[in-house]
Write a protein that binds this ligand. Structure first.
Ligand code: ATR
Length: 273
């Protein structure tokens, strides 16, 4: 069996092994996929050992995506833009290639699964961390009217936006920038929801046509999802679809096959309830 794994810390609650086992079964691929908790500061050592032992590919999750970016022998264009790698693949020529499938996963979930058309939309992104950096290029390629990034630390949002201005209308700053504005698509990428806090936002930013996407997911609706539903947003979702779609894109990089994702999304959602 070909060996694959996800490296992270913590890793216990990772859904990636279940998702890839489902893909492998569906596509009749002889592969094993394990979740590995890597010590902080130990990424290179663990990754070198994994490939030296015959490993074929890795997924990388927090906090190692930047380590994986440096580790890769060759980078896809979107990975070099994102300066973060979530997929490593042993290529035919022996080079370990780094890619980032998070943004493709987000866009595919929105467009193919949810039927949201991003083109022409006014997009608000809350948060300016690594998760946002990973998705900006694929989002901008959908040609929204514009993207505004707001963040608790305004300078981080400004700097991040500045790196992508050649791809479309994008700006960033502090939360005060959203006052008096309305958005068609609001994406939460701040980890604030993890602690059960709702990022402070005026409900006036939503219209009855607004779509709200939380890149997080949990057994219960997240604080951001509850906030959006309470203010009657048109559609509200968590990040389970993105999780499965980024995995499907990694699977495609490794195996050259596109698994069917709907049933896997449904079963992950079922399992978290
Ligand atoms: P990730 O890779 O998930 O993006 P990260 O780089 O640590 O992780 O980014 C976390 C994001 O959540 C940041 O935008 C952070 O805001 P700051 O840049 O100001 O730190 C945001 N965040 C985390 N806790 C928050 C809180 N309690 N309130 C508001 N924003 C928060």
């Amino acid at each position: 069996k070909d060996k694959y794994a996800v490296f992270g810390n913590p890793i216990k609650h990772s859904k990636s092994p279940i998702i890839h086992a489902a893909f492998a079964a569906q596509c009749a691929q002889a592969m094993q996929y394990r979740a590995v908790r890597v010590d902080l500061g130990g990424f290179d050592r663990a990754a070198n050992k994994f490939f030296a032992d015959g490993g074929k590919g890795l997924n990388i999750t927090l906090p190692f995506k930047e380590d994986a970016f440096r580790f890769a022998g060759r980078l896809s264009e979107r990975a070099s833009r994102a300066r973060a790698v979530n997929t490593l693949n042993l290529a035919a020529d022996g080079v370990i290639e780094g890619d980032n499938t998070d943004g493709v996963g987000l866009v595919r979930d929105m467009v193919a699964n949810l039927g949201w058309v991003v083109r022409g939309l006014r997009v608000l992104i809350i948060g300016a961390g690594g998760a946002v950096r990973g998705v900006l290029e694929p989002l901008l390629r959908e040609r929204p009217e514009g993207i505004l990034i707001v963040n608790r630390t305004a300078s981080r949002a400004e700097q991040l936006a500045a790196e992508f201005t050649d791809l479309g209308a994008i700006s960033g700053g502090g939360y005060e920038l959203i006052e008096e504005c309305q958005f068609d698509l609001v994406i939460n990428a701040s980890s604030a929801g993890l602690e059960g806090e709702t990022p402070e936002m005026p409900s006036s930013i939503l219209t009855e046509r607004s779509c709200c996407y939380d890149m997080l997911y949990a057994a219960e609706p997240t604080p951001f999802m509850r906030w959006a539903a309470h203010h009657a947003a048109w559609a509200v979702t968590d990040g389970v679809g993105m999780l499965v779609e980024q995995a499907a894109q990694s699977f495609y990089i490794w195996r050259g096959l596109r698994p069917e994702t709907q049933s896997v999304i449904a079963s992950i959602r079922g399992g978290t309830q």
